[in-house]
Design a protein around this ligand. Structure first.
Ligand SMILES: Cc1ncc(COP(=O)(O)O)c(C=O)c1O
Length: 364
């Protein structure tokens, strides 16, 4: 099983499962920006030898200052972490909720962090009939039934790719609960200004926003993310965080990539072209493609294609193409897969391999 450790992008496990060298896989099971990393990353790597013998800045001050300027917020409303994953875990540990709610399907670390904190977990189902949208129905039911002191939601959500209307978050906040919004993929969204809650989180004592730098800048190996919250609310997270959790190379790379505005613009243009094109081609193969804004797509397998997600993942893996088996997400089953959006020729290989694995070489 490719998701042995709960996530996509595990090339070592792919090697063991499918008997091919890790370098030979085309990986649609994790969602990195295929245009990255930006050139500045290579330059930082070359400079790194000069400062590897020093401790990193324990407060990542230069990077915090750059992020504060990018978002137009105070520096002390930001805490940098070793990937968004560290901050998801840290915020739940700091808040110590007795009961917490998530909207499934979603990123598995929300539920894992809540279980580790021994809180009661409410999993409110997003419905296929509602295109997996976190809507008023969901919010109303969760408020009535969950007893949650903490809501953890993804916007855009993973694996659905759907944004959450800020009005829904405000409804949840109005109950007095704390809300953590994971905006790990928000950099890919051209309408970021209308959907991101970064500004509100910097002022509201019960709202936090988690951001990742690993997806958009394609640097998952370096581990870099940040959380935005009211400075007083962040104090407990700062207290609990492991010292020097963010190494000096990660800090410098973070600073460097933030300066590359051309990379950001090019990435937005690429996604606006490739996602609609790939949607059309996948629909022509019989897939149901759910509406979303991200560099990954949730798909339902064509009725009558005779394959489950696990079998399709295995057949694709043998061909050297990795996809995500949707059945590992609570709230989904073996009718669903998730694929990344990559460069045009890579996407074409995905489509061809799907066609071959589902229908044989002759096409649909
Ligand atoms: C929705 C979501 N949030 C957070 C993360 C973790 O990101 P990071 O690599 O910054 O820890 C992931 C990684 O897959 C994700 O999909």
């Amino acid at each position: 099983m490719l998701e042995r450790y709960g996530h996509g992008g595990d090339l070592r496990t792919a090697e063991e499962c499918f008997g091919l060298p890790s370098s030979s896989f085309l990986d649609f099971s994790s969602n990195m920006n295929p245009l990255g990393p930006p050139d500045a990353v290579r330059e930082e790597l070359a400079r790194y030898a000069a400062y590897i013998d020093r401790y990193p800045d324990p407060a990542s001050r230069r990077l915090s200052a750059k992020l504060a300027a990018k978002h137009g917020i105070e520096e002390n409303a930001i805490l940098i972490g070793n990937g968004a994953a560290e901050l998801i875990d840290l915020v739940v540990r700091a808040l110590r909720p007795k009961a917490a709610a998530i909207a499934v399907p979603c990123f598995s670390e929300y539920g894992d962090a809540i279980r580790k904190a021994e809180a009661v977990l409410y999993e409110g189902l997003l419905l296929e009939a509602e295109q997996f949208e976190l809507n008023q129905r969901w919010a109303k039911e969760a408020l009535e039934r969950s007893g949650a002191e903490l809501y953890m939601i993804g916007s855009p959500n993973n694996p659905t790719g759907a944004l959450v209307e800020p009005a829904r978050v405000k409804e949840l906040l109005a109950s007095g609960a704390t809300v953590v919004v994971d905006e790990a993929f928000m950099d890919f969204v051209p309408e970021e200004k209308s959907y991101s809650l970064v500004q509100e989180a910097s002022r509201h004592p019960h709202l936090f926003v988690v951001r990742s730098m690993t997806k958009f800048y394609s640097i998952p190996g370096i581990r870099l993310g940040y959380i935005i919250g009211h400075p007083e609310s962040l104090a407990e997270l700062r207290r609990l965080q492991v010292p020097w959790s963010v190494n000096s190379l990660a800090q410098s790379i973070g600073e460097a990539v933030l300066s590359d505005e051309a990379f950001a613009q090019k990435s937005l243009r690429w996604l606006q072209e490739e996602r609609p094109r790939m949607t059309r081609e996948l629909e022509a193969l019989g897939f149901r493609v759910y509406p979303g804004v991200t560099n990954y797509m949730l798909l339902r397998l064509p009725e009558g294609c005779g394959l489950h997600s696990r079998e399709l993942q295995r057949k694709m893996g043998v061909e050297g193409v990795l996809i995500r088996d949707g059945s590992h997400f609570p709230g989904l089953d073996e009718r669903y897969i998730r694929v990344a959006v990559k460069l045009r020729e890579q996407n074409a290989r995905l489509i061809d391999t799907l066609r071959t694995c589902m229908y044989g070489t002759g096409g649909q």
